[in-house]
Design a protein around this ligand. Structure first.
Ligand code: BGC
Length: 350
């Protein structure tokens, strides 16, 4: 089922709508048209008790001014571009440096800070919404008019599907993700250090002190980044290991093990307290595992205060800084091509 209601106005007077998707198991996902933000996700624990397992705010206002990307669609280029510049087909493009010397998450006004056009649908057992946004040629320094469509759908198998599509009229970098912060025991329930994480990745992209990949592909074997077997997030997070020091915890792009194109398992998280499980499948080559290292006294929903490591993100993506790293899978979209990517979140409890 899909329900639509008003959720306030942006500072420049644009109306924001809130859509509620529900399935026959009582699962509920709420999404607003500002930033395509996933505002809440309610799923049952092992005893059937519902809780909201994503960080966020109660009202629109804090999302407008200080959102650390809670729930948001991130683009035109998710993650970092080194030196806030890239060269494409011989031309240099300059971007806003909004993260030290680098460009982060699409710039000063990325896809997380615009109002998307929305339309709801019901198709078989899936309830969903289609969000559309046109990013103008030159917006945030990027070339080409880009038409983006993001489809969110919740089905009766407790799966939440995110489909991204984009076209352009000039060659441009594209990297689209969703930046939901999960706490499987419920938002505001404390840290996620006890959550057992499995990441289906034998390799990662090591970073420098500004979190830009060095270009090397590192093996996780024998390091605290080896999550090939389920391991508590907190088990090694404070180990004396250079990559963890640079990230202030986990803030790394993992190279998903795959045997070919198409959907592959990226990660599976299990919270032993609630029994909730989140599995993430994706067509993307990478996933950023981020442990909320920069959260600091955020006044969130229901009077809850969010701090460092009170959530984790699994941002499916192309590798950071791909536009400056020809050795990485290409993130360039050209006229005549259609960018297409899918990520599925599968919820359960045991
Ligand atoms: C980045 C973090 C950043 C966070 C919030 C993540 O995708 O990897 O470094 O702090 O987003 O902006």
């Amino acid at each position: 089922m899909v329900k639509k209601e008003a959720f306030g106005n942006t500072t420049d007077g644009k109306a924001v709508e809130l859509y509620t998707l529900t399935n026959s198991h009582g699962m509920e996902v709420r999404i607003m048209t500002y930033g395509g933000v996933i505002v809440s996700v309610k799923t049952p624990d092992k005893a059937g008790r519902l809780a909201d397992i994503v960080l966020g705010y109660d009202t629109l206002t804090p999302y407008l001014s200080k959102n650390p990307y809670f729930g948001a669609i991130v683009g035109r280029y998710a993650n970092r571009i080194g030196g806030a510049r890239f060269t494409l087909d011989g031309k240099v493009y300059k971007l806003a440096a909004n993260d030290g010397p680098n460009a982060l998450h699409g710039g000063l006004k990325g896809f997380d800070k615009v109002v998307w056009q929305a339309e709801s649908f019901q198709k078989g057992d899936a309830a969903g919404i289609i969000l559309k946004y046109t990013s103008a040629d030159g917006e945030e320094g990027y070339p080409g008019t880009v038409h983006v469509t993001v489809t969110y759908a919740l089905n009766d198998k407790d799966e939440f599907h995110i489909d991204y599509q984009a076209t352009t009229d000039k060659a441009t970098p594209i990297n689209l993700t969703n930046h939901t912060y999960f706490n499987l025991d419920g938002e505001g329930s404390g840290d996620v250090l006890g959550t057992e994480m499995m990441i289906n990745a034998g390799h990662f992209t090591p970073v420098d002190s500004t979190l830009i990949p060095t270009g090397k592909i590192g093996s996780v074997t024998g390091t605290p980044l080896d999550f090939t077997k389920p391991t508590a997030i907190g088990a090694r997070i404070d180990d004396k290991y250079e990559q963890l020091a640079l990230g202030h915890g986990y803030d790394h792009n993992f190279v998903i093990n795959r045997t070919g194109p198409g959907l592959a398992l990226a990660a599976r998280a299990y919270d032993p307290k609630s029994g909730r499980v989140l599995e993430v499948d994706t067509t993307e080559p990478g996933v950023q595992f981020y442990t909320g290292n920069f959260l600091n006294a955020v006044n969130g929903k229901h009077g809850h205060v969010y701090n460092k490591r009170d959530a984790f993100c699994l941002e499916t993506q192309h590798y950071p800084d791909s536009p400056n790293k020809p050795e990485f899978p290409s993130a360039i979209l050209r006229p005549g091509q259609t960018f297409h990517s899918t990520t599925i979140w599968k919820f359960s409890a045991r």
